[in-house]
Unconditional design. Structure first.
Length: 171
């Protein structure tokens, strides 16, 4: 049983590594796929114990659908809005920025979900996670134009939507 679980984890990580390789290589010719498969197998063997605890989660289509929805929303709507807003504030001489570090609580359990939300917040223009306090279950976020200092209001404005998606993908 233990060997089967290890093999499932290795296979899951190898498949993910091969998919990432294929996306970045940009072509699927036989020599490239063969080299990618060898490297992916090595990556799977070396990193399976660190990266995947439940390989069955990777086979869940609902998780993948939620990941695709999150990516589509984030890269089209959220990023566009954040860039446009920040550009307007930079170019408008009368705009008053209110930079602050705000405490933003989270309710996630999975380390992957917590890391994903922190990455999404940091990649969004105007916000950056500067600390994650696992004891308090809170991010400390530098917000270039803080609309509020209230923790729950900041959570609603900054990370709540990402938490909901990441919970469905990773938890």
């Amino acid at each position: 049983m233990q060997r089967a679980r290890k093999l499932a984890r290795v296979g899951a990580v190898a498949c993910l590594a091969l998919a990432v390789y294929a996306v970045f290589a940009g072509k699927l010719e036989a020599p490239d796929v063969a080299a990618g498969a060898l490297v992916a197998a090595a990556v799977g063997y070396l990193f399976a114990d660190f990266t995947v605890s439940e390989p069955s989660k990777l086979a869940n289509p609902a998780r993948w659908a939620n990941l695709l929805l999150l990516a589509a929303r984030y890269f089209t709507l959220d990023e566009t809005r954040a860039h446009a807003s920040l550009i307007w504030k930079i170019l408008n001489p009368r705009a008053r920025l209110r930079p602050a570090i705000v405490k933003v609580p989270y309710s996630l359990e999975s380390e992957y979900a917590i890391a994903a939300v922190a990455i999404l917040v940091t990649n969004t223009p105007g916000t950056a996670v500067v600390d994650v306090d696992e004891g308090e279950k809170a991010f400390y976020v530098h917000w270039v134009d803080a609309k509020t200092l209230d923790a729950e209001e900041a959570r609603s404005a900054i990370s709540k939507l990402y938490e909901e998606y990441c919970r469905r993908v990773f938890d």
